[in-house]
Design a protein around this ligand. Structure first.
Ligand code: ATP
Ligand code: MG
Length: 567
């Protein structure tokens, strides 16, 4: 019997965690729990992979198992060690640790031997047809396929040809090895699937040793089996592959000890996000065609892109938690990812001042040449993060849109004749402004109340607005990059048009002539996460130098919808 608290704990587990717990309780697999994360090293990891990583590593961590990293390196045409290194780096950045690192290529000998055994047993044959011919003969789920003319060729012939396929004498595509299963099976994956093909390209680990490479379905389950994976967790598109996964493992085990100590496949829904794409092929095209500034362009859904944009690993894990794991495909709203980032960064980011569209404010009754050090909290959410100082003086920068000459009633910012507080400093009364011949405001004037300094008794007077500011002589120039959605349509993958046509031409806005306080460029807390007060979350870009500061906006303080609702 389970107690009420046990039941509620179970309920808060996702469906895969529930399966794992139940298997452990039944003592399946000798009480072992082993998962793997199996990326193909043909691109950088994206946020969809983060969802798989949080599952594969998370479930092992939570229930005392181990998760290994396995590179699914069965296609040397697209794979590279650059990707291998980036994948390891991104997993560690997300905060996970693997047990061992394995490679599908570790098993090429075993897989070859297994394929030879299948040929000997009459369960595989070499087909010399083209891939088009083979595809044509496949039939449809309701119409049986047509057998290849090579299906019943003698075992010895297939054995010799399989050797020849691996000799380097044959061009790619001239022959394949197919499993001989069932050309009428309603599951199309059973209609004599291709299990080996010729690829005449060096492999980043095995060099030129092999000319034949196993297909996914002939490598994945077997690799799981060789390693002792218990729960092989993947995404829903592999549901129809599962019977074949089981079939090859049954063949490998030769009927022994069928129910225990063998991997089982479980599937959850893929992460798909609005206004972006997750296909590595498309992301690679964006990189290669120069549409973005590399895999780590801050608009990319890659983990390195999100990191460069200023997302914390915790905000990504929080997002994955928010969306959860189900058995139904769905499109997740990008705004949810942003909400997760805001929530996490609110607790993490250092508060600094930055003025993105500056206009000069002169405090006319403040002595020329005088300065004061004002205390600013690093993070009001976490007083233990301490304070830093900002310099106040007679000439300040404020945001242009924080001033209006003729303002509506509810504009609680800088308006002639009205008071506002300058954050961490004084209450000032706006006295007017100067304009150029075109009517553009060039300077704003105000007087300050010396009794109103933040923290003093006189500071208690209520004023509605609080503005951020910088001392003109005590700030640094900076460039700020504001990012918008990479694509203009909600679901680019479902659009008939080429995805390149759907790119948002305004996804990057470079704002020059901004100013930041020096603490924004170098804080001694080793904290890359910043909040530009009243503006948003920012981080230094990789191209930033002390001479030319560049900041990326991670996310605005509030999303647009919220801003619109609130005027
Ligand atoms: P490709 O775009 O090349 O098809 P892939 O998505 O298959 O790439 P892999 O490197 O094979 O990429 O993926 C490694 C693991 O990450 C797999 O288990 C896969 O199911 C999972 N994964 C990939 N994309 C997503 C996604 N969008 N949501 C959740 N899991 C994903
Ligand atoms: Mg894949």
């Amino acid at each position: 019997m389970t107690t009420p608290s046990e039941t509620s704990e179970k309920k808060s587990l996702n469906f895969i965690e529930q399966i794992v717990v139940s298997d452990l309780e039944k003592g399946k697999n000798g009480g072992r729990l082993q998962t793997r994360f199996p990326p193909e090293p043909n691109g950088y990891l994206h946020i969809g992979h983060a969802k798989a990583i949080c599952m594969d590593f998370g479930v092992a961590q939570k229930f005392g198992g181990v998760c290994n990293l396995r590179f699914d390196d069965t296609n040397p045409q697209k794979e590279d060690t650059e990707y291998v290194e980036s994948i390891k780096n991104d997993i560690e950045w997300l905060g996970f640790k693997w047990g061992n690192i394995y490679h599908a290529s570790d098993y090429f000998d075993q897989l070859w031997d297994f394929a030879v055994r299948l040929i000997r047993e009459g369960k595989a044959y070499v087909d010399e047809q083209t891939s088009e011919q083979i595809a044509e003969q496949k039939g449809t789920p309701t119409r049986p396929g047509v057998a290849s003319p090579y299906r019943d060729r003698p075992v010895e012939e297939s054995l010799a040809l399989f050797e020849k396929m691996n000799s380097g004498e044959l061009p790619e595509g001239s022959m394949v090895l197919r499993a001989k299963i069932d050309m009428a099976n309603p599951n199309m994956h059973f209609r004599d699937p291709i299990i080996y093909r010729i690829i005449n390209k060096e492999h980043h680990r095995t060099g030129s040793k092999w000319k034949v490479y196993p297909m996914y379905d002939f490598a994945h389950g077997q690799s799981d089996f060789f390693e002792g994976v218990t729960h092989s967790i993947c995404t829903l598109e592999f549901v129809p592959h599962r019977p074949l996964y089981d079939y090859f493992i049954d063949e490998l085990k030769e009927g022994k000890d069928l129910d225990d100590n063998r991997p089982h496949q479980f599937e959850f829904n893929r992460l798909e996000l609005t206004y972006t794409v997750m296909s590595k092929r498309k992301l690679l095209a964006l990189v290669q065609e120069g549409q973005v500034d590399g895999w780590d362009d801050p608009r990319m859904p890659t983990l390195c892109g999100l990191r460069r944009r200023g997302y914390s690993p915790e905000s990504i894990r929080k997002f994955v938690d928010m969306i959860g794991y189900t058995r139904f495909d769905a499109l997740n709203d990008y705004a949810m990812l942003e909400a997760a980032a805001r929530e996490d960064l609110n607790a993490r980011a250092l508060r600094v001042s930055a003025v993105l569209a500056p206009v000069k404010l002169i405090i006319t009754n403040y002595p020329e040449g005088q300065t004061e050090e004002m205390e600013a909290q690093n993070n009001p959410e976490r007083p233990e993060d301490g304070t830093h100082t900002v310099t106040f003086s007679r000439e300040l920068w404020i945001e242009r849109d924080d001033f209006m000459e003729d303002a509506p009633k509810k504009f609680f910012r800088m308006v002639p004749g009205k008071e506002v507080r300058l954050k961490n400093a004084y209450i000032v009364m706006c006295t007017g402004c100067k304009k150029d011949e075109n009517g553009n405001i060039t300077e704003i004037y105000a007087t300050y109340d010396p009794e109103s300094r933040s923290g003093l008794a006189g500071a208690n007077r209520k004023v509605k607005g609080t503005l951020h500011w910088l001392s003109c002589n005590h700030c640094l120039p900076a460039e700020v990059r504001i990012y918008d959605r990479l694509f203009t349509v909600e679901n680019p993958s479902a659009d008939e048009r080429d995805f390149r046509e759907l790119l948002n031409p305004e996804s990057l806005k470079v704002v020059k002539g901004c100013y930041v306080e020096p603490f924004a460029a170098h804080n001694d807390l080793n904290n890359p996460y910043l909040q530009f007060q009243r503006t948003g979350y920012f981080t230094l870009d990789k191209y930033s130098t002390p001479e030319h500061l560049v900041f990326n906006r991670t996310v605005a303080l509030k999303d647009n919808a919220f801003k619109r609702v609130n005027g």
